[in-house]
Design a protein around this ligand. Structure first.
Ligand SMILES: O=C(O)c1ccccc1NCC(=O)[C@H](O)[C@H](O)COP(=O)(O)O
Length: 212
């Protein structure tokens, strides 16, 4: 089964080109200052020009205020907003209305009890991102290279298309898709050689494995 691929946390033109040429469907820019993958709006505006038509530019935010969304969107042509914090379903709906863009809502999963909220978010978000729930003391809410038990997702369906994330690598992504039936996959640290440094060979290998 072939899945749509999102490569997150890109900050160099070369890695964007490599991802797009390999067949990635989504390119993620991180607007969260604490992340080693963070980009400024000015840098993201330059990078967005490198993204070919047909590849969606995803802006990742963590509990953003309206002012930040407005500031970034005034400079960067984004296609999708990714919310990766503790935004409620009502806030997801607000961000959709404010930005006029589709919203991908990330939900952290550690156990079965975390899955129910995907129904609620499916009512208001356009896409769902089922990611590993970070440890309580983690510095970042995502991009930690942490996997969860994919068997929790077997036979699960939600109201909106969903991507699987969390600890995916070129070596395990095909098995993750086979087991869960994920329609899409998202990776960040699994295609890096160091935090925030994307590895072009790993990007190509990841996309090829996800589409094999
Ligand atoms: O990637 C980051 O630095 C990041 C920072 C703050 C919030 C979310 C972040 N990443 C979210 C993503 O979409 C990642 O691709 C996803 O969590 C998977 O990460 P990884 O396990 O490293 O592949």
């Amino acid at each position: 089964m072939s899945a749509a691929v999102k490569i997150c946390g890109l900050s160099e033109p070369e890695s964007i080109r490599a991802a797009a040429e390999a067949g990635a469907r989504y390119i993620g820019f991180v607007f969260f200052a604490k992340s080693p993958r963070a980009v400024t709006p000015e840098r993201a505006a330059e990078l967005a020009e490198v993204v070919p038509v047909g590849v969606a530019r995803v802006g990742l935010f963590v509990n953003p205020e309206d002012a930040l969304l407005t500031e970034v969107l005034a400079q960067v042509p984004l296609d999708i907003i990714q919310l990766h914090g503790t935004e409620s379903p009502a806030r997801v709906a607000e961000v959709r209305a404010l930005t006029g863009l589709p919203v991908m809502k990330a939900v952290g999963v550690a156990g079965r009890e975390d899955l129910d909220q995907l129904w609620d978010y499916g009512l208001v978000a356009d896409l769902l991102l089922v990611d590993a729930k970070p440890a309580p003391d983690a510095d970042l809410p995502g991009g930690n290279g942490l996997a969860f038990d994919w068997r929790l997702l077997v036979g699960r369906r939600w109201l909106k298309p969903w991507l699987l994330a969390g600890g995916l690598t070129p070596d395990n992504v095909a098995e993750a898709i086979r087991l869960t039936g994920a329609q899409g996959v998202d990776v960040s640290s699994g295609v890096e050689s160091a935090p925030g440094v994307k590895d072009l060979g790993k990007i190509r290998a990841f996309v090829a494995a996800a589409q094999s």
